[in-house]
Design a protein around this ligand. Structure first.
Ligand SMILES: [Ca+2]
Ligand SMILES: [Ca+2]
Ligand SMILES: [Ca+2]
Length: 211
C-alpha cells in the first residue's frame, strides 16, 4: 500500500514533466554558484537532456545539482555546445571529486561519462573554462591539469579532500556560452516529493521494526 503511494507520486510527477532543458538564467534565476552551498538545484521531474548557461568571464565556474539515473549510461558533454575551452567536473554530495575532463573528441570541449560514477543519485556537475580549477581548503588541486584529453578520477595532491574554492593561474577565456548535453540524468525531485518519499520510507522502516 505504501509502495503503491510512492509509485502514484512518481507517476503524477512524470505526467507533469516540464521542459527537459534547464537554463542557468531562465530557470535558475541568475549566475549559478560555484560550490555545493551555492549550486543551482536543477529541480523538476523527468529526464534532463540539456543545461544551457554562460560564463560571465574567464573566472566564472557554474555548479548544478543533478540526479544521475545510472550510473550506466550517464554522460555530459560540451562538445558541439560551446566555443570556450571548457572543463567539466563531477562532485559527490560531500564535494569530493568523482570525475573530470578538459578536452575530448579532438576538441577543447569536455566530456565526462559513467566510468567513475559509483552509484545513482544526486551529484554536483560543474563547468568552467581552462584554467579555472577545483582546489581543496589547503590550496591543493583536486585534479592535475593534464593529460588534457583524458577523463580522470581525482589525481591531484588535493584528491583526498572536498572542493573548497576555485583558482586559475590566469584569465584565459572570456564571456562565453555553453550548452551541456546529458544522457542518463534527470531533474532533482521537488521538495514535496522528498517529503512524500521520506514519509513512505519512514513508514516502511516503522513497519519493518514492528515485525
Ligand atoms: Ca555562469
Ligand atoms: Ca558562476
Ligand atoms: Ca577544455
Amino acid at each position: 500500500m505504501k509502495k503503491f503511494a510512492i509509485l502514484a507520486v512518481a507517476s503524477a510527477m512524470a505526467a507533469t514533466a516540464p521542459a527537459q532543458i534547464w537554463d542557468e538564467i531562465l530557470d535558475g534565476g541568475g549566475d549559478a554558484g560555484e560550490l555545493p552551498g551555492s549550486a543551482q538545484l536543477v529541480m523538476g521531474a523527468g529526464s534532463l537532456t540539456t543545461i544551457t548557461g554562460g560564463f560571465f568571464g574567464a573566472l566564472d565556474a557554474d555548479m548544478y545539482m543533478i540526479n544521475i539515473d545510472g550510473p550506466a549510461g550517464f554522460s555530459a558533454t560540451t562538445v558541439g555546445g560551446s566555443a570556450a575551452d571548457t572543463q567539466m567536473w563531477l562532485f559527490d554530495l560531500a564535494g569530493m571529486g568523482v570525475t573530470f575532463n578538459d578536452d575530448s573528441a579532438a576538441t577543447l570541449q569536455s566530456t565526462i561519462t559513467d566510468i567513475f560514477v559509483p552509484a545513482p543519485g544526486m551529484y554536483f556537475l560543474a563547468v568552467s573554462q581552462f584554467d579555472m580549477d577545483a582546489y581543496s581548503l589547503a590550496g591543493l588541486e583536486l585534479w592535475m591539469d593534464g593529460p588534457f584529453g583524458t577523463e580522470r578520477a581525482p589525481d591531484g595532491p588535493g584528491a583526498g579532500s572536498p572542493i573548497d574554492h576555485w583558482f586559475s593561474m590566469g584569465a584565459f577565456g572570456g564571456p562565453d556560452s555553453y550548452s551541456i548535453t546529458l544522457t542518463g540524468a534527470s531533474y532533482v525531485p521537488e521538495p514535496g516529493t522528498f517529503v512524500a518519499i521520506g514519509i513512505g520510507l519512514a513508514g516502511l522502516a516503522l513497519a519493518r521494526r514492528r515485525k
